[in-house]
Design a protein around this ligand. Structure first.
Ligand SMILES: [Zn+2]
Ligand SMILES: [Zn+2]
Length: 80
């Protein structure tokens, strides 16, 4: 039993990221899944802090995450 958990944690501690979307193993350090392109982390547009992909707010500066670059770009292009 213990050996199983040790093995499991050893596997998780290896330098790889498992995509939450497609379960593909990717090398650690990637920002996006090699297989499906899902983001592994949510970069804060304000301070650049790398948050978990599920984070709603930046853990560093508290700014709301999830505003896509397109939305930000549209803001500066605010003429009607
Ligand atoms: Zn994936
Ligand atoms: Zn931030």
């Amino acid at each position: 039993m213990t050996a199983f958990f040790e093995e499991l944690s050893a596997w998780y501690n290896e330098d790889k990221m498992v995509c939450a979307k497609c379960k593909t193993e990717n090398p650690d350090g990637l920002k996006f899944c090699n297989e499906c392109g899902a983001a592994f982390s949510a970069l804060c547009a304000s301070c650049g802090f790398e948050n978990a992909p599920t984070a709603k707010f930046c853990g560093q500066c508290g700014k709301a995450l999830g505003a896509p670059a397109a939305a930000l770009a549209r803001k500066s292009d605010d003429r009607q």
